[in-house]
Ligand binder design. Structure first.
Ligand code: ZN
Ligand code: ZN
Length: 228
């Protein structure tokens, strides 16, 4: 029997899927990832490689079996292990069962080549969740909600009528999209929890002292409420 799965948001935070493709696999020649993370990373990489979210279990195994064997050279049942780990991803809600046609589907955020390149230029593997979130928000802008936030909130920073911006080559203004309550703190990935900020205020929203952060959060929530 064949199975079809689809990737769901990882831990309720779809951007983690993106980040996995930049995690370093080995440190001083030793694998640092566990089986589950390694499998998930390879699923995402494979989808990028074939340029499709739908992939065949058989093709995945064929393409990735060497990588898995290299990951754990002493494992003598590597194909069974791959199948088992896909099961683990399914059981933990990262991929889900669709039908019996032998294909998995990767859902969620689109991983575009230019974004991948940008992400590869920064190392986020050791970052705390909030810092990762900031980096993802900053480097990955080409996704639906980010577009929507700019449509609704405009291209000027929402914090205290700030006018800090500059024009880009395409004639639009530079602005960053921000989750007011960070996803890693349970904030939602919806427009009511989004705002647009200039680069400076975006950093401030993530990295200033707790009192300033809370002040900004309350200010932005109010601003957004007025605009929705
Ligand atoms: Zn942010
Ligand atoms: Zn600003």
């Amino acid at each position: 029997m064949k199975f079809v799965f689809s990737i769901k948001k990882a831990e309720g935070y779809q951007d983690f899927i993106l980040l996995e493709s930049v995690f370093s696999e080995f440190v001083f020649g030793r694998p640092v990832m566990n089986w589950k993370d390694f499998t998930r990373r390879n699923v995402v990489d494979f989808c990028n490689q074939i340029g499709s979210r739908t992939f065949c279990l058989k093709d995945f195994i064929k393409a990735k079996i060497d990588a898995f064997q290299h990951f754990k050279p002493n494992n003598n049942h590597i194909e069974a292990k791959i199948r088992q780990q896909l099961q683990v991803l399914r059981d933990t809600g990262i991929i889900s069962f669709l039908d019996n046609s032998g294909h998995y589907t990767l859902r969620g955020i689109d991983l575009l080549e230019p974004e991948k390149k940008e992400l590869q230029s920064i190392d986020v593997s050791g970052e705390i969740p909030e810092r990762r979130e900031y980096l993802v928000e900053t480097y990955v802008r080409n996704i639906t909600w980010a577009k929507k936030a700019r449509e609704i909130f405009g291209e000027y920073c929402l914090y205290r009528k700030c006018r800090n911006t500059f024009l880009k080559d395409d004639g639009t203004r530079y602005i960053e999209v921000h989750h007011i309550i960070p996803l890693c703190n349970g904030g939602e990935d919806g427009i009511w929890n989004m705002s647009v900020l200039c680069a400076h205020h975006h950093r401030m929203a993530h990295f200033s002292d707790a009192k300033t952060r809370i002040t900004m959060e309350n200010y932005l929530l109010k601003e957004v409420e007025q605009r929705l």
